[in-house]
Structures are given as C-alpha cells and as structure tokens.
Design a protein around this ligand. Structure first.
Ligand SMILES: [Mn+2]
Length: 323
C-alpha cells in the first residue's frame, strides 16, 4: 500500500476483556473499521544521532512495554479505552542514507495526514533529527508553534549535515517555523554552548529553563505558553526529547545528564499539554533501549508519558463534545 510505511516486526495478540491492557487496546490500523482518534507512527532512525545510539530499536521496545499498562488511569478515575488508537507501522528506512530516511519520514507523515486529516499524530523515534521532516510534513501553509521539552536547544549549525542536534535550526533556517513560535522548556546546567544561546537569541527562540519552570509551576507555565501560542499559530507540535529527564530517571538516553527533570514533572507537563485543542502532534525521541536498565525504566517512563498525553486528550475531547 504505502512505499514508505512498513508493518512493525512485532505485534500483540489482542484480547478484549474487562481488564484491558494497553496491548489489547492499541490496534493495527488495518483492524480498525472507524477513523482513529490517534495514529501512531514508528520512526526507527538513529544513524543521525551525535552520540552512538540504538534509538532505532525504540519503536519495538515501546510496543513491547504495552502489556505493563492498563487503560484505567486512577489519578483521574477514567478508563480511556474508547479512544481509538491505531498503530500504522514504521517508516521504512534506508540502511545508510540519512537524507533518504528524512525524505521517507516526511512522505510517511504526509500520507498519514492525507488518510487521517482529523486524527492526532504520535511519532515514536528515533533520534531528534526526525522532528524536522515530521514538522515539514505538517506545514502546508500553516503557522506552526513548537513546544520542545529538551536539555538542548538543537540549534547546531548544519555544516555537518542534519543530526539530532539540528532539527530546530533546520526548521528556522528553512522558514518552516518562526523562532518566536518555538518554546523550549527544560534547559538546565552546562549543556548548551554560548554560540547556541546566541543562536537562540538571534532567532528569538523562547527559553524556559527548568529552574524557571519550577518557580512558575507547571500548570501556570503551560497555560502561559499555550495562551501566547494560541494568539499567533494555527497548530502546535510537541516534541519530547527524553534527554530532558534527569539521568537517574532516564538512563536509557545517550545524552542524558544530571540536573534534569523528574518523570512526574514530565507527566504533569504532558497532562497540561493534552488539554489544548491546538496541539495536533507529538513525538518522543532519543531513547536507546539497549542502554536502558534491565527493568526498562526509561522505556516504561516514555510509555507512561505517552499515555498521560492521551488520557488528557481523551478527557478534554469528552468535555468538549459533552458526551
Ligand atoms: Mn533534542
């Protein structure tokens, strides 16, 4: 059917029962008769990572973790199994050619959007280089806001070609996104060179450091960012570089650092983000399952973050439609 989307090498035997697990709930797109509310796309690329990474293995590790989670969310006392989530498969990658991989990612995202124009898109990386082609596909004349959770600005110049350190720079240089519409949340410590801070100033990228976020509070900070974005953009793309988490919480990330965010903070942030109608897509990137602990603590944290985004979205949909 598609030349750039392939079926994943792993899928669950789904069992429908009262005690539903996420593995029984998310289904291959071919098995869903209705239009999905959410489309899941695996983007297994990690050749473009600056640090050696097996992030290309993450989409499968992510799918395998689904058996550990229920569709019932106790914090809000809500079961969100009626949200229709379809797994469309993985972007087909070229073995060595990164630019070809990026072309495939862009085309795959376009195909997903053409088939399901009203759905919410979740992309599972892969390293952070995948965000540039994903956002390019979304463009179509729209003004796009980017909410980026990251320990880095990802504004490296392109003299060494596209990598996981360049996606935001690429989008700014190509005029796909304006710097004033980019909000980076989570910078901390000693991990961004002065020239990159200068680039952020040059492009007017909005920086909210982790310290500032903690001072303002998660609810208020996200409300402020969403309010500001709603006055200028048509849609919001959320990109979650898991290296935003502290190394203790996310050992399975090549660039993870001390002094980062806690998992509960990321979950709370994504719960707030899920309330916005403007948010149309999210990606989770830079997780290397081969570096993870034996208990897969990083993989599980991402699945939790993904589910938190969806449950918030589901609750918001229910409230908006009143049924
Ligand atoms: Mn990044």
């Amino acid at each position: 059917m598609s030349e750039v989307i392939v079926q994943p090498s792993f899928s669950w035997n789904r069992i429908v029962s009262q005690d539903m697990k996420v593995k029984d709930w998310i289904c291959p797109v071919a098995e869903l008769s209705e239009v999905p509310d959410v489309v899941l796309l695996g983007v297994p690329l990690s050749r473009s990572s600056i640090s050696a990474s097996a992030a290309s293995e993450f989409p499968i590790a992510f799918r395998k973790s689904w058996e550990l989670f229920s569709t019932y969310y106790i914090d809000e006392q809500v079961d969100f199994r009626e949200l229709r989530v379809a797994d469309i498969g993985d972007v087909k990658m070229h073995t060595t050619d990164i630019l070809q991989c990026h072309t495939n990612i862009e085309q795959a995202m376009r195909e997903v959007m053409e088939r399901y124009p009203q759905s919410f898109y979740v992309s599972i990386g892969g390293d952070h280089s995948i965000t540039a082609p994903l956002v390019r596909a979304l463009k179509e004349g729209k003004r796009i806001g980017i909410l980026q959770f990251d320990t880095h600005l990802d504004l490296r110049d392109l003299s060494n070609g596209p990598s996981n350190g360049t996606p935001i720079r690429q989008l700014l240089e190509a005029g796909v996104v304006r710097g004033e519409d980019v909000y980076n949340i989570g910078l901390h410590g000693f991990y961004n060179a002065p020239s990159l801070i200068e680039a952020a100033r040059y492009y007017n990228v909005n920086i909210i450091t982790l310290k500032q976020l903690r001072k303002t509070g998660i609810q208020q900070q996200i409300a402020e960012v969403m309010q500001a974005l709603s006055e200028k953009v048509d849609v919001i793309y959320v990109t979650v570089d898991i290296d935003v988490l502290d190394i203790t919480y996310a050992p399975g990330v090549p660039a993870s650092t001390p002094g980062g965010m806690r998992t509960d903070e990321l979950f709370d942030l994504l719960f707030e983000v899920g309330k916005s109608n403007l948010v149309c897509a999210v990606d989770f990137v830079c997780i290397d399952p081969h570096r993870d602990t034996q208990e897969a603590q990083t993989v599980k944290a991402v699945t939790y973050a993904f589910l938190t985004t969806l449950v918030s979205r589901y609750m918001h949909m229910k409230n908006t439609h009143g049924d």
